[in-house]
Design a protein around this ligand. Structure first.
Ligand SMILES: Cc1cc2nc3c(=O)[nH]c(=O)nc-3n(C[C@H](O)[C@H](O)[C@H](O)COP(=O)(O)OP(=O)(O)OC[C@H]3O[C@@H](n4cnc5c(N)ncnc54)[C@H](O)[C@@H]3O)c2cc1C
Length: 578
C-alpha cells in the first residue's frame, strides 16, 4: 500500500489502508503528536483535519497580517451572550486549517511560570507535569533562531533556557524589526522599576518583569505546528497520511460490556456520507478546547442527564466533559501619539502595505516580520491588596503573574483609528469558569460556547487594576512629548464606576481556552482524562490538546500545548513499545 500524502478529501485516501493511530485534528497538538508517532516506521498514522492546507496561505505566513486572517480559516464561532458583559456576544476564533490555531494565532511565545506546571503536577499527582520535567519538552519543541534583522541579541534573552542546538522544531525568535517606541519602553524599567523591572527572559520559569517579546517566527515568517512538524520531509513518510477538509463527528465504542469500553472507531463526514474508520491502537483527539468536548458530547461521553435532555444516549458518564472552561479575559486601552510611525499608518494605507509586503517577499525583512509588539510585562497584584480579603489568591505561586501587559505600537485590539500606542491587558489568573455544551444531537451543529467571562468579581477587579497600571505606565516621563491624550471611551473614565463600565463594555477573550477535557488524578471522580491523557474509564482514546490543562497557565497557551503534546507523544510511544 502507498501511505504518505496530503489528501484533499477522505475519498482520496486509498481503500484498504489500516492505521494504528487516528489523530482527530491536525492543529497544534495533532501536528506534533502525528509527527512524533510517525517517527516510528512501525506505526501507521492517520490525521484527519477539518480545514484546508496551510501551504501558500500568505495571510498566515506574514506576521503583521495576524490580526486580519480571512474567516475561511476560522471556525467562526461566537459565544452566547455574556451576562457579566452586558449580554454581549463575542467572536471566539479557532484556527480552521492545518496547524490549527498555531496557523492563525498572534505567535506570542510564553511558557508561564514554574509554579503553573508545579501546580499541574500537584493537582494530577503526576510529577511528570512539574516544571523541571516539562522544561525539556519546551526545549524539544522550540528551535531558537536569530531574528529577521540579525541584530545582536546579547542581553535580550537567556540562552540557558532555549534550544540553540538546531534540534528543535518550531522556530522561536526575538523581534526582527525594531519599533520606534522600544527605547522609551525600556526606559520605563528604570523609571518604574517596582512595577516594571527588566527581566532578561520571561520564559525561564520566573516571568515577572518587562522583557523582550519571543515569538514563533523564523526567517521573518510564521512558524506553525504545520510548517515545523508536518514539513515536507515528514509528510513524505510512507507511514503518515493527512486528510484535509474532513470533519469528524463522533468517536464510537467498538466493544461492549465487560471491561472498560474501548473507543477506537471514528465517524466522519465524507462528502455527504457518514463513514467510520478504526484505529488498531488509539484514537487521539486533538481538536482543541472547543471541538474536543464537542466531539465527546456528541459521542455520548459527558454528563448523562444533560445528554439525555437533548436526546443523546450515554456511552460513558463523565460529567466533567465541557466544564471548567478557563480563558484569559483581555481588554485594551489606547493613547493617541505624536507620531505617524505606528503600524496603523501601514495597515491603513494600501500603498504602504504593498510596499512593505514587497520588501517581505523580497528578503523577509521590514515591518511585516513583526506583530507590532516588541515587549511584554508581567506583574502581580500587591499582597496587601483589599481584594485578598474576599478572594484567596488564584495564582499558583509568588513567581507567577496576575497580569500581562503587551505594549503595542498601534491601535491593535482597541479597534480605534488614528496613530496610537496601546496596552493589551490580560488577567492571567481567571476565577470564572465556563462551559462547552450542545444545542442538539446533530453533530454538525456548532457548540454552545459560554466562557462566563467576568462572572467572578476577582476577574473584574484584576482588569480594573491592570488598566490603572497601564495608565501609570503611559504617564511616565519616558512618554513625555510622545504619548498624547487617551483615545476612545478610555478618555472618559473619571470614576471607579466608569472604569468598571469600560471593562464590561470592552473585555473579550485572549483566545486561550483550556480545561474542557481536564486532567485529574487517576482515581478522581471528576475530570476527563488521567494524567497520562487517557480518557477516564475507557480504553483506546487519548486526548492531546490544550483542553487537558486543568488551569490556564499565566501565559499564552501555544508553548504549553507544544510541551504537552511532546510529552504525550513520549507517553504514547512508551505504552506501545514492542
Ligand atoms: C486568534 C488566536 C490568537 C492566538 N494567539 C496566541 C498567541 O499569540 N500565542 C499563544 O501562545 N497562543 C495563542 N493562541 C492560542 C493557541 O494558538 C492555542 O492555545 C493552541 O493552538 C491550541 O492548540 P490545540 O492543538 O489545542 O488546538 P488547535 O491548534 O486549535 O487545533 C485544533 C484542530 O482541530 C481541528 N478540528 C476541530 N474539530 C475538528 C473535527 N471535528 N474534525 C476534524 N478536525 C477538527 C481544527 O480545525 C484545528 O486544526 C491564539 C489562538 C487564536 C485562535
Amino acid at each position: 500500500f502507498c501511505y504518505g500524502a496530503l489528501r484533499q478529501s477522505f475519498s482520496e485516501l486509498p481503500s484498504g489502508l489500516s492505521f494504528d493511530f487516528v489523530v482527530v485534528g491536525g492543529g497544534l497538538a495533532g501536528s506534533v503528536v502525528s509527527s512524533r508517532l510517525s517517527e516510528n516506521s512501525r506505526f501507521n498514522v492517520l490525521v484527519i483535519e477539518a480545514g484546508p492546507t496551510n501551504a501558500g496561505v500568505i495571510d498566515s505566513e506574514v506576521p503583521l497580517f495576524d490580526l486580519d486572517i480571512p474567516s475561511r480559516f476560522d471556525w467562526n464561532f461566537t459565544t452566547v451572550p455574556q451576562t457579566a458583559l452586558g449580554g454581549r456576544v463575542m467572536p471566539y476564533p479557532r484556527g480552521f486549517m492545518l496547524g490549527g490555531s498555531s496557523s492563525v494565532n498572534g505567535m506570542v511565545y510564553t511558557r508561564g511560570s514554574s509554579a503553573d506546571f508545579d501546580r499541574f503536577a500537584r493537582f494530577t499527582g503526576d510529577s511528570g507535569w512539574a516544571w523541571k520535567n516539562i522544561l525539556p519538552y519546551f526545549l524539544k519543541s522550540e528551535k531558537w533562531v536569530p531574528p529577521a534583522d540579525h541584530h545582536n541579541t546579547v542581553g535580550q534573552f537567556d540562552p540557558t533556557f532555549h534550544n540553540l542546538k538546531g534540534t528543535g522544531m518550531t522556530s522561536v525568535s526575538l523581534p526582527g524589526f525594531q519599533l520606534p517606541i522600544d527605547g522609551r519602553v525600556l526606559q520605563s524599567t528604570k523609571e518604574f522599576p517596582k512595577e516594571f523591572p527588566f527581566t532578561l527572559d520571561y520564559n525561564d520559569g520566573t516571568p515577572l518583569g518587562l522583557g523582550y517579546l519571543q515569538s514563533t517566527i523564523g526567517n521573518g515568517t510564521r512558524s506553525s505546528a504545520a510548517t515545523a512538524y508536518l514539513n515536507p520531509s515528514v509528510l513524505a513518510r510512507p507511514n503518515l497520511e493527512v486528510v484535509l477538509n474532513t470533519r469528524v463527528t463522533r468517536v464510537l465504542s467498538n466493544s461492549s460490556g465487560g471491561k472498560a469500553k474501548s473507543f477506537r472507531r471514528v465517524e466522519l463526514l465524507s462528502g455527504t456520507r457518514m463513514v467510520t474508520i478504526n484505529a488498531a491502537k488509539e484514537v487521539i483527539l486533538s481538536s482543541g478546547s472547543v471541538m474536543t468536548p464537542h466531539i465527546l458530547l456528541n459521542s455520548g461521553i459527558g454528563d448523562k442527564h444533560e445528554l439525555a435532555q437533548i436526546g443523546i444516549s450515554s456511552t460513558l458518564d463523565l460529567p466533567s466533559v465541557g466544564k471548567n472552561l478557563s480563558d484569559h479575559p483581555m481588554v485594551a486601552v489606547g493613547y493617541f501619539v505624536n507620531s505617524s510611525d505606528t503600524v496603523d499608518t501601514i495597515l491603513n494605507s494600501p500603498t504602504l502595505t504593498a510596499r512593505f509586503f514587497a520588501q517581505w517577499e523580497a528578503n523577509h525583512t521590514g515591518p511585516m516580520v513583526n506583530i507590532g509588539v516588541d515587549h511584554l510585562s508581567y506583574s502581580r497584584i500587591p499582597a496587601n491588596s483589599p481584594i485578598f480579603e474576599n478572594f484567596s489568591d488564584p495564582s499558583p505561586g509568588q513567581n507567577s503573574p496576575h497580569f500581562e501587559f503587551a505594549i503595542a505600537n498601534g491601535a491593535g485590539f482597541t479597534g480605534l483609528s488614528g496613530n496610537l500606542i496601546s496596552g493589551v491587558l490580560a488577567a492571567l489568573t481567571p476565577v470564572s469558569r465556563g462551559t462547552i455544551t450542545l444545542k442538539s444531537s446533530n453533530p454538525l451543529d456548532p457548540p454552545i460556547i459560554d466562557p462566563m467571562f467576568l462572572t467572578s468579581g476577582f476577574d473584574v477587579f484584576a482588569l480594573k487594576e491592570i488598566i490603572k497600571t497601564a495608565k501609570q505606565f503611559f504617564t511616565l516621563p519616558t512618554w513625555k512629548g510622545y504619548v498624547l491624550e487617551p483615545a476612545g471611551a478610555f478618555a472618559n473614565i473619571t470614576t471607579e464606576e466608569d472604569l468598571e463600565q469600560y471593562v464590561i463594555d470592552n473585555a473579550g477573550s485572549a483566545f486561550h481556552p483550556v480545561g474542557t477535557s481536564s486532567m485529574s488524578p487517576r482515581n478522581a471522580n471528576f475530570g476527563v482524562v488521567n494524567p497520562d491523557l487517557m480518557l477516564k474509564g475507557a480504553q483506546g482514546l487519548r486526548i492531546v490538546d490544550a483542553s487537558v490543562m486543568p488551569f490556564v497557565p499565566a501565559a499564552h497557551t501555544q508553548a504549553s500545548t507544544y510541551a504537552i503534546a511532546e510529552r504525550a507523544s513520549d507517553l504514547i510511544k512508551a505504552d506501545w513499545q514492542q
